[in-house]
Design a protein around this ligand. Structure first.
Ligand code: NDP
Length: 245
């Protein structure tokens, strides 16, 4: 029987690369996002072992019904990848309360909410893996992304807390902290800000942006049996950015 993975934000960028890697590894994939046309297009690329569910994860009340529908259709959930995220690049003094809350809601609270629902199912199955996606913003002080930074630091704390609570239930919880990876999100943040882009490259020992596929390889490892004794870790996939001088 194929394992079933739910990947939030799986229709683009890093999430789509993870979906492709999982399918190549014989895992059935359900991608979640808001843009139905993009979800359908991604599923056409991913093929018959894929399905999609359209949901705005910032609407927390919609999440339990979404998880139940996935169970009704596919029978189980073995892997959850909390990858959906949004960014807001703006000086801290100009960020409104609503803007701040929207980032926290999408990047962190919704990840808690879907993890709680899915962990209940994994508990019945007596096994499962949850993989969160944080960011370099959680490691060092990055200006002009205050809410994003707070949300991603919380995702890492939540990873460790969930890992210790869920380990006795047979559920592993890990996190990947991607460095600067070439996607739409990083293009928006870097392409019109050459100063920031140069700083990123200068402190990345490998001297380049990462590819979504390079995050996907690490994701596949962390949810596989090869990582059966690994829980609660935050793995940088960053070309050395987090330790660069
Ligand atoms: P993308 O913008 O390509 O992907 C983000 C995905 O999240 C989209 O598919 C989007 O789908 C989905 N999403 C956003 N908001 C919601 C929502 N409210 N409900 C459901 N889905 C939502 O960016 P990346 O692939 O670059 O980012 C993926 C993750 O990696 C993010 O968590 C990001 O913070 C993290 N990351 C990225 C880095 C990079 O350099 N690219 C570096 C570090 C971390 P839709 O619009 O259809 O809803």
């Amino acid at each position: 029987m194929k394992k079933v993975a739910v990947i939030t934000g799986g229709a683009s960028g890093i999430g789509l690369a993870i979906a492709k890697r999982f399918i190549a590894g014989s895992i059935k994939v359900i991608i979640v996002g808001r843009d139905i046309a993009r979800l359908k297009a991604a599923c056409r690329t991913l093929g018959e072992n894929s399905d999609f569910f359209s949901c705005d994860l910032a609407d927390l009340h919609a999440i339990p019904a979404m998880v139940q529908t996935i169970i009704d259709r596919h029978g189980r959930i073995d892997i959850l990848v909390n990858n959906a995220g949004i960014n807001l690049k703006k000086p801290m003094l100009e960020v409104t309360d609503d803007e701040y809350q929207k980032i926290i809601l999408t990047n962190q609270t919704s990840a808690f909410c879907i993890s709680r629902a899915v962990a209940g199912i994994m508990k019945e199955q007596e096994e499962g893996c949850i993989l969160n996606i944080s960011s370099m913003a959680s490691i060092y002080g990055l200006p002009n992304v205050i809410a994003y930074t707070a949300s991603k630091a919380a995702v890492e704390g939540m990873t460790r807390s969930m890992a210790v609570e869920l380990a006795p239930l047979g559920i592993r919880v890990n996190c990947i902290a991607p460095g600067f990876i070439r996607t739409n999100m990083s293009s928006v943040a870097l392409d019109n800000d050459p100063g920031r882009k140069n700083r990123v490259l200068a402190r990345t020992p490998m001297g380049r942006l990462g590819k979504p596929e390079e995050v996907a390889g690490a994701a596949y490892f962390l949810v596989s049996e090869e990582a059966s004794f690994i829980t609660g870790v935050v793995l940088p996939v960053d070309g050395g950015n987090s330790i660069g001088f």
